[in-house]
Design a protein around this ligand. Structure first.
Ligand code: AMP
Length: 225
């Protein structure tokens, strides 16, 4: 178990499995996983005023404006459970958010702590195939009807509620999300690569194999730093 505080970041296209991998690793390391998409969907499901605004962006598969995202993220980071570190899933997604992350780093990390960025890579073809069978629950659990189905059909294993397909997992919306992803990810990946904190992971293997690779790469970094 690492003693240094860590911020781990998961980047990847839609349905790359970054959320699933982040959850498994987070449990192992005993640090919370903060999913930006989930925080935003929570706002939508609770019909707040800001939630109604966010819903419009999510439906179209567009990124939510930075000021909204950053406020929601900061509110979540202020909770006590982030003291030992945390995993960010789906943030940053714009270069402006990368700069915001630098502020977060200043608040949360000292010079001996670590920031690592895992970039989970899958092809567009694979991402599209996965999205068709992806189902989620309001509680944040995610399923794949073939590879990771719930025990009872249509029902969440964790909370017993009905699982559903996200509106932005509509195949037409997914193509647009993938195009946007490729356009935006390049400068972000270049930035983290220049900082020497980028770790690329092949996301097309089985869930357990991807997790194994993540753990091995993380241990290598922890042992060498
Ligand atoms: P995800 O659950 O990560 O696939 O995100 C679902 C949706 O939430 C995205 O398609 C965006 O509309 C929105 N979203 C998630 N993360 C961000 C972010 N960092 N900045 C802006 N919008 C985001």
């Amino acid at each position: 178990m690492p003693t240094r505080k860590m911020i781990l970041i998961f980047l990847g296209p839609p349905a790359s499995g970054k959320g699933t991998q982040a959850e498994i690793l987070g449990k192992n390391l005993d640090i919370p996983v903060i999913s930006m998409g989930e925080l935003l969907r929570y706002e939508c499901n609770h019909h707040s005023k800001i939630g109604e605004k966010i819903k419009e962006y999510l439906k179209k598969g567009e990124l939510v404006p930075d000021d909204i995202v950053q406020n929601i993220l900061l509110r979540r980071l202020e909770k006590k459970d982030t003291k030992k570190g945390f995993i960010l899933d789906g943030f940053p997604r714009r270069i402006k958010q990368v700069h915001y992350l630098e502020n977060i780093k200043k608040i949360f990390l000292s010079s001996s702590d670590l920031l690592i960025v895992f970039y989970i890579k899958v092809s567009d073809q694979e991402a599209k195939a996965r999205v068709i069978d992806r189902r989620v629950c309001e509680c944040g659990a995610a399923y794949h009807l073939k590879y990771n189905p719930p025990k009872r059909r249509g029902i969440c294993d964790v909370c017993g509620k009905k699982i559903y397909r996200r509106s932005d997992d509509d195949p037409k919306v997914v193509s647009k999300r993938l195009r946007d992803f490729h356009r935006r990810i390049k400068p972000i990946v270049d930035y983290f690569s220049r900082q020497g904190v980028l770790v690329e992971i092949d996301g097309e293997k089985k869930i357990e194999e991807v997790q194994e690779e993540l753990k091995n790469r993380l241990n290598e970094i922890l042992n060498s730093a």
